[in-house]
Design a protein around this ligand. Structure first.
Ligand code: SAH
Ligand code: DHB
Ligand code: MG
Length: 222
């Protein structure tokens, strides 16, 4: 049982549960044509993010790591008309493609992309004193996961949700001596979460069209 089967099962689940979607298809097509890597969440994962944000009636969402804006648009669909989504991206080319995708999809008023290092953008966001976010999706450079988590704790409301993508990395997360800085980034995050009394957290392994990985689900309780 391996990648071929995981992909076939994802195809089946998507066929059953996720209607053909011209807007999201166009985002992937345009991102691919513009040379972006296809490291976006899978459709069933994107819909899970939307459902999670919907289930807490999120009005304000923050995303760290935009790429072409595929996960961003899934998340934006959870929002009411007066909602707001801020997404952070360091790569100018990716940001241009994402902004085009948002405009094409009709989300340019709901979504604000901030170009630059996410750490700097997060500091800026904190200084602006905006109302807190209900839902935060962390999906950027894994080396900075712990720093992003610290900022997320500052920027999220009590009762809010933080999701961190890619915390299993084909199982490499258990390799304490891994030379992969992304694996070490995930391991530091796990240790940090474990000693944080303001949250309750779990992590789930996933297989599917995007391989073997996983996500952490963090509920901010104080
Ligand atoms: N969330 C997207 C995928 C994001 S891929 C989706 O599922 O559709 C990770 C993204 O994080 C890439 O676009 C990468 O350029 C961006 N990134 C990497 N380091 C970053 C940094 N320091 N600040 C902001 N964005 C960063
Ligand atoms: C990578 C990043 C992601 O956000 C992802 O979902 C898969 C892979 C990567 O950097 O390799
Ligand atoms: Mg990811």
């Amino acid at each position: 049982m391996h990648q071929t089967q995981w992909t076939a099962v994802d195809d089946y689940l998507e066929h059953q549960l996720i209607p053909q979607d011209a807007v999201l298809d166009a985002i992937l097509k345009h991102s691919d044509a513009a040379g972006l890597p296809s490291i976006n969440v899978a459709p069933n994962q994107g819909k899970m993010l939307m459902l999670m944000a919907q289930s807490i009636q999120a009005q304000r969402i923050l995303e760290v790591g935009t790429l072409g804006g595929y996960s961003t648009v899934w998340l934006a669909r959870a929002l009411p008309k007066q909602g707001r989504l801020i997404t952070l991206e360091i790569d100018p080319h990716y940001a241009t493609v994402a902004r085009q995708n948002f405009a094409q999809a009709g989300y340019q008023d709901l979504i604000e992309l901030r170009l630059g290092s996410a750490l700097e953008s997060l500091e800026q966001l904190a200084q602006e004193g905006l109302p807190p976010f209900d839902f935060i999706f962390i999906d950027a450079d894994k080396e900075n996961n712990t720093r992003y988590f610290e900022w997320a704790l500052q920027l999220v409301r009590v009762g809010g949700i933080i999701i961190v993508d890619n915390v299993v990395r084909s199982g490499a997360v258990i390799e304490a001596d891994s030379p992969d800085s992304r694996v070490q980034g995930v391991r530091r995050l796990m240790e940090r979460i474990a000693q944080e009394p303001r949250v309750q957290a779990t992590a789930i392994q996933t297989v599917g069209s995007k391989g073997y990985d996983g996500f952490a689900l963090i509920h901010v309780i104080a």
